[in-house]
Design a binder for this molecule. Structure first.
Ligand SMILES: [Zn+2]
Length: 398
């Protein structure tokens, strides 16, 4: 089935009806309430309870699922249309990065505070879309699934809660994710992991004039950096036209306590990123091989820990979800979104990697994510709510 059939195109009257029904005040109120509860990654119990209560007070059937994280069961709402059909999922994470809490405020057409950009206000826009879909009884077919969860932000979370929901089959046929991003349509994204290496030599920290006749961990660390950058150059040969190459990046190195101490330990941290078609397992394996060869040559031990971010992803521009979404964007803005690469990893990657489900990241105009100065533009939240409701009509009423 293809949504290019003109009979399925969103009618102008329906578009106007949706635009009128999106209630800015109600949307801001929801965003502000969610942002009033501090919910650093791993500690979303209270805000998830609040969202669940807010939705059930409005008459939605709310389900809670632990999904590998009993401290904050995920919030799930399903709104079902009049006939069977496809399910469009609105998906968001309720957790915020571990920075001091900034309470919500409204300044010059913007909402500011923790979670304004990343991404409680985006979730509020999805909630508003769901309300409009129900109020206007828009779904002749299919359903809309709203999910909100914890454990998104690295390195405090590892995506475990959402992953287990996806693996249990709890997902839509297509997904919209209201992260702070709307300049273009991300159709490819690199996967990523954080690595942490510890190099140890036998013995104790000693004055450098007393050191044994061996290269030590600082030289070993420097050689490791050389070998990782050689690998980085090899990876760089294969480039995706939009996402560029995979990479191996070293961001931190620490060793010793004093300029003239011969230390026992050196630690290094960085990231690996890869293109669709490469697996995290193969990246981890290659990394471990490089490290163990080096450790043997330098007569030291090398330990590595990997913290997964997300796998790589690719979105089919001809998928029904993408086509439906682009037609909504065309109706709403008079243009199609151009294709691009997603600069960060987000939950869309998990849907593609674990279940082959198309997911589109499209959210409000916002900034300051992962800082103390988060903001989101209020009129763009209204726009996201409108676009999400319209996409449900385009995608589900098939
Ligand atoms: Zn986010």
């Amino acid at each position: 089935m293809s949504v290019s059939n003109s009979a399925l195109t969103l009618a102008s009257s329906q578009y106007r009806q949706i635009a009128k029904a999106v209630n800015e005040e109600r949307l801001i109120n929801t965003a502000t309430r969610l942002m009033s509860v501090h919910s650093p990654t791993g500690q979303c119990g209270e805000v998830a309870d609040l969202l669940a209560e807010l939705l059930s007070d409005e008459g939605f059937q709310v389900q809670r699922i632990e999904a590998n994280h009993s401290a904050a069961p995920a919030v799930i709402v399903r709104h079902v249309g009049r006939n069977p059909g496809r399910c469009l999922q609105f998906e968001g994470h309720l957790d915020t990065v571990h920075l001091p809490f900034v309470p919500p405020a409204q300044v010059d057409g913007r909402l500011t505070g923790t979670g304004a950009a990343d991404m409680k206000a985006g979730i509020a826009a999805a909630v508003e879309a769901l309300r409009v879909i129900r109020e206007l009884d828009l779904l002749t077919h299919g359903s809309v699934l709203l999910t909100a969860h914890d454990l998104h932000e690295s390195p405090w979370g590892d995506g475990r809660q959402l992953n287990s929901m996806i693996e249990a089959g709890l997902h839509g046929d297509g997904v919209l994710i209201p992260e702070y991003f709307q300049d273009f349509l991300p159709i490819v994204g690199r996967g990523g992991l954080i690595w942490r290496v510890a190099l140890h030599r036998a013995g104790e920290n000693v004055h450098e004039v007393m050191r044994p006749n061996e290269p030590g961990v600082v030289l070993a660390a420097s050689e490791l950096i050389q070998r990782l950058s050689k690998w980085d150059r090899e990876i760089g040969i294969a480039r995706d036209p939009l996402a560029g190459p995979g990479s191996v990046f070293v961001g931190q190195i620490h060793a010793g306590e004093l300029y003239n101490q011969f230390p026992t330990t050196a630690t290094l941290e960085g990231t690996c990123r890869w293109l669709p078609g490469v697996t995290s397992a193969s990246v981890e394996q290659r990394f471990s091989q490089i490290l163990s060869a080096l450790a043997n040559e330098y007569s030291i031990t090398g330990e590595v820990q990997f913290s997964p971010m997300r796998d790589a992803f690719r979105l089919d521009p001809n998928d029904d979800l993408t086509v439906a979404f682009q037609s909504v964007i065309m109706r709403d803005s008079g243009r199609n979104l151009t294709h691009g690469a997603k600069p960060f990893v987000d939950d869309g990657n998990a849907f593609w990697a674990l279940a082959g489900i198309p997911a589109i990241t499209h959210g409000p105009i916002a900034g300051g994510a992962h800082t103390l100065e988060e903001w989101v533009q209020i009129d763009s939240l209204v726009c996201v709510a409108r676009r999400y409701a319209c996409t449900a009509v385009q995608y589900c009423n098939l």
